[in-house]
Design a protein around this ligand. Structure first.
Ligand SMILES: Cc1cc2nc3c(=O)[nH]c(=O)nc-3n(C[C@H](O)[C@H](O)[C@H](O)COP(=O)(O)O)c2cc1C
Length: 199
């Protein structure tokens, strides 16, 4: 007989509905307001409550708000313009405004912990993906639009330096948080039969 003296997992239809219906909003169709300080704390708290083999917390989050977004935009515009000297002016302006679309941008970094015969880096990297997903879901559950982006600057050494990424760290994503200015389009999802098989 099952010991029922501990709380068993229970069905939660609200969560099931949320999981079925939630989807991302494009950062280019995002504006203010963004999460309040208190809501941001809650998003960060929930977002870092993820599976993490050996409790290493092998990730780091940097919050960009207000003027910090402009500084990064200036660096993005400069880097882009130096790579493409014949750039169209509006494209440089677009780069400068990348971080201004959403009121809050969370840079999520994989920051693996070296441990001999410990948790493989691959597993630590999987954990940072869980952080990104959980941040999205927490923000969306509070009522904000959210999108996980990387774009070219996640993989550019000059921008990584400007963003304060340390040696050995990798950018898992920029989680954009804000208020949607238009509805998000439904996205085709994979047919289960193409991704699931039964052994
Ligand atoms: C690691 C990662 C990086 C991504 N980078 C971009 C990106 O740079 N540009 C983009 O349009 N979508 C990017 N996406 C896709 C969107 O975040 C996301 O898949 C899409 O908006 C639908 O998400 P949803 O399932 O939450 O609706 C990325 C997704 C992942 C997992």
């Amino acid at each position: 007989m099952t010991d029922k003296t501990f709380p068993l997992p229970t069905r939660n239809d609200a969560v099931l509905d949320f999981l079925k219906n939630r989807r991302s909003n494009k950062s280019k169709a995002m504006s203010g307001p963004g999460p309040s300080d208190e809501q941001l704390q809650q998003i960060l708290q929930l977002g870092t409550r993820v599976p993490d083999h050996r409790k290493l917390s092998p990730w780091r989050i940097v919050v960009f708000r207000g003027e910090a977004r402009e500084r990064i935009g200036a660096q993005l515009a400069k880097t882009y313009a130096s790579d493409y000297p014949d750039h169209p002016k509006d494209r440089v302006a677009f780069e400068a405004a990348r971080f201004l679309r959403a009121p809050v941008v969370l840079m999520v970094l994989s920051s693996p912990v070296e441990c001999l015969r410990g948790t493989p880096v691959w597993e630590q990297e999987l954990s940072v993906g869980a952080v990104c997903m959980k941040l999205l879901m927490a923000a969306q559950a509070i009522g904000y639009g959210a999108q996980w982006l990387t774009e070219w600057y996640a993989h550019d050494d000059r921008m990584r330096a400007a963003l304060g990424v340390n040696e050995g760290e990798r950018i898992a994503g920029f989680i954009h948080l804000g208020t949607p200015t238009e509805p998000s389009m439904p996205r085709p999802r994979p047919d289960l039969s193409s991704v699931v098989s039964y052994a």
